[in-house]
Design a protein around this ligand. Structure first.
Ligand SMILES: *Cc1c(COP(=O)(O)O)cnc(C)c1O
Length: 360
């Protein structure tokens, strides 16, 4: 036994597996494995990052006031109830650190985002899953899984990797049904893709124990810059600011995110193209006999006959230079998660899968 050992739970953490990004010997890889924006970031964000680079010897803002103001303007939210993190991942970590510990349970749906058990264990708490029904979050099953130890509940809506969504009534029923000691975190990483959806902001306003997290990594195309935000009751923002590193976001990241949020036209165009191409991808898959649910995000979960067929489809896509995501670790050995790409990317995926199914 080494003399220096980490806190209980840390060595139970399974390392996060990201989407693959390389295929040996292939130069023109089409990466559809991490739900990134296929159009990249807004050119205005790219220019803002370049300009901010000249100031990188300066420490960044501690309070992120400028970016919080822009987010508040765009979303109609009180900037004093916003907090910025190094991706929404950091905010999930801070929430778990502040609100869960040894003996506490952190509850999430069984096919939920694989980062939830990581933040639970890192905080010394115990991850607990509730069953889903037909790849959808099941509010009754979630409520039934609550125990006296449950302190934190994570739900992504739309969900990853299923792409499914539950309605505002269902989420409201979950929030109302949880005991007062439970904090509900609504992970809105894909909320931007749903026209007119507030990501749960109204529920945050209606309760004193609901938090919404959002990200610049998906629709805004800033996954590599690492910026996320959360909207929460003032008391919870105050707690999270105490555990947040004062300089957690670089001035480069702050500048890029601010410009990205201001460029409404770019975001709207990306959202519209995603919706069109998602419909085409879903329809094309079904035409090939590959099952998939309607997705509300920027990816589709393609379900094959079994694990062997999913593995063969993945291998075939790779042979054509296309990377998608195996989701066995999410409880879907028979499925592949495919990010919605540009129109030509969707065509390339469907043609490749057509050849795989012998229909090309
Ligand atoms: C991508 C994703 C996130 C966002 O991660 P960032 O740290 O903001 O890049 C959060 N939750 C879910 C469910 C996701 O798929």
């Amino acid at each position: 036994m080494p003399a220096i050992t980490p806190q209980p739970g840390i060595m139970d953490i399974a390392l996060y597996e990201g989407g693959e990004s390389k295929i040996d010997g292939v130069a023109d890889v089409l990466k559809l494995s991490s739900n990134e924006n296929p159009f990249g970031a807004s050119p205005e964000a790219v220019a803002a990052v370049a300009a901010a680079a000249a100031q990188m010897h300066r420490y960044p803002s501690i309070d992120h006031a400028a970016l919080r103001r822009v987010i508040g303007d765009v979303h109609g939210l009180d900037p004093d109830r916003l907090i910025l993190g190094v991706g929404s991942d950091e905010l999930l970590t801070l929430i778990a650190q502040a609100y869960a510990g040894p003996g506490d349970e952190v509850l999430y749906p069984v096919h939920g985002f694989s980062y939830y058990p990581i933040v639970a264990r890192a905080a010394g708490a115990t991850p607990v899953t509730a069953p889903e029904t037909e790849r959808r979050v099941d509010v009754d099953a979630m409520l039934a899984a609550v125990t006296p130890c449950t302190r934190l509940v994570f739900v992504a809506n739309p969900a990853n990797p299923t792409g499914t969504m539950i309605g505002a009534d269902a989420v409201a029923r979950l929030a109302a049904g949880l005991p007062d000691r439970c904090l509900l975190v609504l992970d809105g990483a894909y909320a931007e893709y749903v026209d007119g959806f507030d990501g749960g902001a109204a529920l945050v306003d209606a309760h004193d124990r609901v938090v919404m997290t959002r990200t610049f990594s998906k629709l805004y195309g800033l996954g590599g810059l690492r910026v996320g935000w959360a909207y929460a009751p003032r008391a919870i923002i105050d707690v999270l600011n105490r555990v947040r590193g004062p300089f957690n976001l670089s001035n480069v990241a702050l500048a890029g995110a601010e410009a990205a949020m201001r460029d409404r036209a770019f975001a709207e165009t990306c959202r519209e193209i995603n919706a069109t191409e998602r419909t085409r991808l879903t329809g094309g898959l079904r035409q090939l006999g590959i099952a998939c649910d309607d997705s509300f995000a920027n990816f589709v979960l393609a379900r094959f006959a079994d694990e062997a067929e999913a593995a063969a489809a993945d291998a075939h896509l790779k042979s054509e230079g296309i990377l998608v995501r195996r989701v066995k670790g999410y409880g879907f050995p028979e499925a592949l998660r495919i990010t919605v790409g540009r129109p030509e990317d969707v065509t390339r995926v469907l043609s490749a899968l057509g050849r795989f199914r012998g229909q090309g």
